[in-house]
Design a protein around this ligand. Sequence first.
Ligand code: ASC
Length: 128
Amino acid sequence: NFKEADDAIHYRQSAFSLLAYNFGDMGAMLKGKKPFDAQAFNLRAENVAALSKLPLEGFISGSDKGETGALAKIWAEKSDFDAKMKQLQQDSAALAIAAKSDDKKALKQAFMKTAKNCKGCHDVYKKD
Ligand code: ASC
């Protein structure tokens, strides 16, 4: 367990940084900003599926402080926030499976479904 709120904040922010990097690279491939590479995409999808399990642990009570993007609403509506995180985990697990098939259309759909979690949660629980 975390000794200080700051440790929990650092943990979740680190996880989100890695998520954004891995997720963003898949987005770049799907938007044609870089060549699509099935193997690289598969690695990114696996990473996101694993990383999506990490941030929630860092949202301990008492860590709604400091200059972070996390709104206090997270802790006021923690069960909804938890459910949204679980949905991201489910959808990114499905994306990792879709990434192993040759069905590019299904892969894109699974990616868009996963991306909706990012934006949907940010709109409600993140500053700006
Ligand atoms: C990203 C990123 C997000 C999501 C979001 C998807 O690459 O950093 O927060 O995708 O823009 O809607």
